[in-house]
Design a protein around this ligand. Structure first.
Ligand SMILES: Cc1ncc(C[n+]2csc(CCOP(=O)(O)OP(=O)(O)O)c2C)c(N)n1
Ligand SMILES: [Mg+2]
Length: 676
């Protein structure tokens, strides 16, 4: 479908610092045209929402154009990184694409840039480093940091700009990210769009330490400044040097833009909470009509009228085109959950001779191999550099590869995971260690809503390995979790759970070459459970499938992680004592779950046992039982047996922990009871 030709005044999307002095007329009109386009488009989107042609939440940027338009014009679209907010339509229009493409997003039609999977202004353009926002405010700061750093690592003099509102500035992610950017010396401009309201809550109900939000900069070791709503050329004159200073110094800066929200929070907001006269005050302060009047005075009203007329007609033509695009087709949605598998990486077939290694050492060797053979890989986490990680899995990697390939991070799991997401979306391959799986809950939004949904909603790959030291080894509730059910309840995450050193080695390689976020569960009880031969295995990708680890015809037992060893011991005992041979499968891969190798075994044995350390209720075993039994016409010979931990927080004392999680004796007792 042909898009209407854009007016010539929109031909340039750039403004360089000296333009305002060298070509004042051209550049002033360019700023005006983009502001006016954004305003008209925002207003028409609101009309179309009210007419029922656009659905969802419509949050306008009316009143914010004076700042977002100059900033977007000033940035270098060929290398910089940005994430606009729900007040940034002007920025999106300038950054890339045709107005029709942006309207397609609002109409959620078949040509929508998010394939109609995301609403409102959540599209971005990840291929051109405009990162698509998620609703969770503050959560995009980390990814802007990561993508900007990724650009710098690739030798590009990029600057990142992370926009967020006054309300969003209270989120942990914003604080974590400002600290992280300062710590890593990342060239990122943090822009607080302070429109004095978060939905209905005024700033004086949000902050106790005053509403001069730019003053926070000092606390993070960066420079800050405020700019006042007004002539957009003044904004450009203030912001241009900020961008160039950040580009030059590689130090972050904080800008508080004192802006306006001319409409309510969103289309449905009646603004009853505003104080008397406040809305009129906002309207009177609206920079756009003031700027228009100034240009009309300076350049003659005819010129500005003509621009308005041309832009107005263009918007209407674009609406006609976008509204006629067919509705989206659900076909292909499921196939798009994950980014397609890349061809196997041409790993060097090393180490050729098996080495005798613990699982921790096997993981270490695999990470070392990835760092050595894939220059785009980066390892990050708490205490993982000189200290080698809480479990010494990253030992010696720092001395071999140094910073910035091996990066210690502060206690900021959410921002650091966001940072890893940004690196990944821009083509790097981060491997992030969580000190204990338990602390991954701090990054739950980044993992489950940002990384996991990235490909589905934006088409961008997010190749990320998240290493999760799991399981109970006597450390109580907060250092013992098995979080597979927690995370895998959300779509878009792959997950491997190896039970031995060779599988761990293979799993790390397989995860690191995948183009999706992969959770790598590592049971702490397995890190040092003896040494086993580990070598380069050309069949390393087999780790995405279950493995039969014991043959038998009495029953089929499905398990994973440390429980594989419990199963082996229990089954040996049962075979010796009762002559009942149980077939055991080590699942290895929990997502995507492929049970096709296990179904024939269950068909043969007619009995199913699932065993895992995670809790029983909503446990992963429930899914395995359901998947195996739901398609069967023949009843099983016995009801499926689920063996799992108790539905409790993980208790601390050894006696309590032993009662909490499955033990060899408990497994034997439950299976014999079930057999009789
Ligand atoms: C973490 C989070 N909590 C709550 C919300 C719901 N919510 C959406 S917009 C909004 C207000 C945001 O205020 P601000 O950051 O100042 O941006 P503004 O809308 O004023 O531009 C809230 C509370 C959210 N999106 N994210
Ligand atoms: Mg606000």
């Amino acid at each position: 479908m042909a898009f209407p030709k854009a007016p010539a005044i929109l031909a340039s999307r750039d403004l360089r610092g000296p333009d305002l002095e060298k070509n004042p007329t051209d550049s002033s009109l360019r700023i005006y045209a983009w502001m006016q386009l954004a305003r008209v488009a925002d207003n028409r989107i609101l009309d179309l929402f009210r007419q029922g042609a656009i659905r969802g939440t419509v949050t306008g940027g009316q009143g914010n154009e004076w700042m977002v338009v100059p900033l977007a014009l000033l940035l270098d679209k060929a290398q910089d990184v940005v994430c606009f907010t729900h007040r940034g339509l002007g920025g999106h229009l300038i950054w890339s694409g045709h107005l029709c493409e942006h309207l397609n997003q609002y109409f959620a039609n078949a040509m929508s840039p998010t394939r109609a999977r995301e609403g409102n202004i959540h599209h971005g353009d990840p291929a051109n480093r405009s990162l698509p926002m998620i609703s969770h405010l503050g959560a995009m700061c980390g990814p802007v940091l990561g993508a900007t750093d990724s650009q710098r690592r690739l030798g590009r003099r990029a600057v990142g700009v992370s926009f967020f509102g006054d309300g969003s500035s209270s989120t942990g992610d914003v604080h974590e990210s400002m600290n992280l950017a300062s710590l890593l010396s990342l060239p990122v401009v943090f822009v607080i769009e302070n429109n004095r309201y978060a939905y209905s809550t005024p700033v004086d109900e949000q902050f106790a330490a005053g509403t001069e939000l730019w003053r926070r900069a000092k606390g993070y070791g960066m420079e800050g400044l405020a700019i006042e709503c007004g002539d957009p050329r003044d904004a450009a004159r203030a912001l241009g040097p900020v961008i160039e200073r950040v580009r030059e110094t590689c130090r972050p800066m904080l800008v508080e833009a004192r802006t306006l929200r001319l409409r309510g929070h969103a289309a449905y907001d009646t603004c009853d909470y505003l104080r008397p006269g406040e809305a009129d005050g906002f309207a009177a302060a609206d920079p756009l009509p003031h700027y228009r009047a100034l240009l009309a005075r300076q350049l003659g009203p005819g010129l500005v009228d003509a621009i308005d007329a041309e832009l107005g007609a263009f918007v209407e033509e674009c609406i006609k085109v976008a509204i006629a695009v067919p509705r989206p087709d659900p076909a292909g949605m499921e196939a798009d959950l994950f980014a397609p598998a890349p061809p196997p990486f041409p790993w060097r077939p090393e180490p050729a001779a098996p080495e005798s290694l613990t699982m921790a050492q096997a993981l270490n060797r695999a990470i070392r191999k990835v760092l050595a053979e894939r220059p785009e890989s980066i390892v990050l986490g708490q205490d993982i550099a000189t200290y080698g990680g809480a479990f010494k899995v990253t030992e010696h990697l720092f001395s071999e590869f140094g910073r910035p390939r091996v990066l210690n991070t502060p206690l900021a799991e959410s921002a650091c995971t966001g940072y890893a997401i940004g690196l990944a979306v821009n083509g790097h391959r981060p491997i992030e260690e969580f000190q204990f799986a338990d602390f991954a809950t701090e990054a739950a939004t980044q993992i489950t809503l940002n990384a996991a949904t990235m490909h589905f909603r934006s088409g961008a790959a997010c190749p990320l390995v998240l290493r999760l030291p799991s399981g109970a080894v006597g450390l109580g509730s907060f250092h013992s979790q098995e979080l597979e059910s927690f995370f895998l309840a959300m779509p878009g995450l792959k997950a491997l759970y190896p039970s031995n050193p060779q599988d761990a080695f293979n799993a790390l390689l397989a995860a690191s070459e995948d183009n999706n976020p992969v959770l790598l569960f590592e049971h702490k009880g397995l890190y040092r459970r003896g040494k086993h031969p580990v070598a380069w295995d050309p069949g390393y990708r087999e780790v995405w499938r279950p493995k039969r680890v014991r043959a038998g015809d009495f029953a089929t037992l499905v398990t994973y992680g440390e429980a594989v060893h419990l199963a082996a011991e229990a089954c040996e005992y049962l075979a010796a004592e009762y002559g009942s041979d149980i077939e055991v499968f080590d699942l290895r891969c929990l997502s995507p779950l492929d049970l096709s190798d296990i179904l024939p075994s269950v068909a043969r044995t007619g009995r199913l046992i699932v065993l895992h350390e995670g809790r029983r209720t909503h446990g992963f075993g429930a899914e395995i039982v359901a998947r195996i039994t739901e398609g069967r016409r023949e009843p099983l010979r016995a009801p499926p047996l689920r063996i799992a931990a108790l539905d409790l927080p993980v208790p601390f004392a050894p006696e309590l922990e032993a009662a909490f999680r499955p033990s060899r004796d408990r497994v034997i007792e439950l299976i014999t009871g079930w057999m009789s």
